[in-house]
Design a protein around this ligand. Structure first.
Ligand SMILES: N[C@@H](CCC(=O)N[C@@H](CS)C(=O)NCC(=O)O)C(=O)O
Length: 212
């Protein structure tokens, strides 16, 4: 199994796909292609049908787009989604909402693990995105979290979809109340998040487009 990803400092979509493969327990080869370089497009296009990362390659099959990668892995590793049907439906809903929305937050607070930018990137639109994310986190944990500390109790794909937001909140110093902050700290302490961050901190490329 191979996973094609971008820079760990900047590629939020890659993070989601990478977390899903890590959670699946599969051994995999990581192919890291730095973004926004003269050869980036050609290198990704050779391996990924969409020309974007992440892309998973397994037994000759290419699976692209972070959510499709997570779904592919979830078909064989049941615990990647909540076992309860109602919880699973809501987990899929918030994952899809994250996947297709939050444009202001995405654009104005790009993921950037190697910088500390407290207070930057804020606007009324970003604040509305943050408020919606906090509401999702609280509602999921209150309704489906049980005794676990993740959105649906056990760590699942929904948490992976919000993982880049967690790094963004850390970089941009977004202040959260206790309930939301407890979830943020739970995510930031997850061993896979720590592993990704350590590798990001060891990167050296600087991409201006991801700096605000
Ligand atoms: N919806 C896609 C988005 C993938 C995406 O936009 N990836 C960016 C990097 S984070 C990319 O590959 N860009 C290509 C480039 O910069 O050349 C997913 O979930 O995987």
């Amino acid at each position: 199994m191979q996973l094609i990803i971008g820079n760990k400092s900047y590629s939020s979509w890659s993070l989601r796909g990478w977390l899903a493969v890590k959670a699946s327990g599969h051994a995999f080869e990581e192919i890291r292609i730095p973004l926004r370089q003269p050869d980036t497009h050609a290198r990704i296009a050779e391996l990924s049908p969409s020309g974007k990362v992440p892309c998973l390659r397994d037994h000759g099959l290419a699976i692209w787009d972070s959510l499709a990668i997570a779904e592919y892995l979830a078909e064989e590793v049941t615990p990647l989604w909540p076992l309860d049907g109602a919880a699973r439906a809501v987990a899929r809903s918030v994952s899809a909402e994250m996947h297709s929305g939050f444009t202001a937050l995405r654009n104005q607070m790009p993921m950037n693990l190697r910088e500390s930018l407290p207070g930057k990137g804020r606007s009324p639109e970003v604040d509305a995105d943050i408020a919606r994310i906090v509401a999702i986190w609280k509602q999921c944990r209150a309704q489906y979290g049980g005794h676990g500390r993740f959105l649906f109790g056990e760590y699942c794909i929904a948490d992976m979809m919000f993982a880049p937001v967690c790094f963004r909140f850390e970089t941009y110093g977004v202040q959260l109340d206790n309930g939301a902050n407890d979830y943020l700290q739970t995510m930031l302490a997850h061993p896979h998040m720590q592993e990704w961050k350590a590798a990001a901190l060891a990167e050296t490329e600087i991409i201006e487009a991801y700096r605000v």
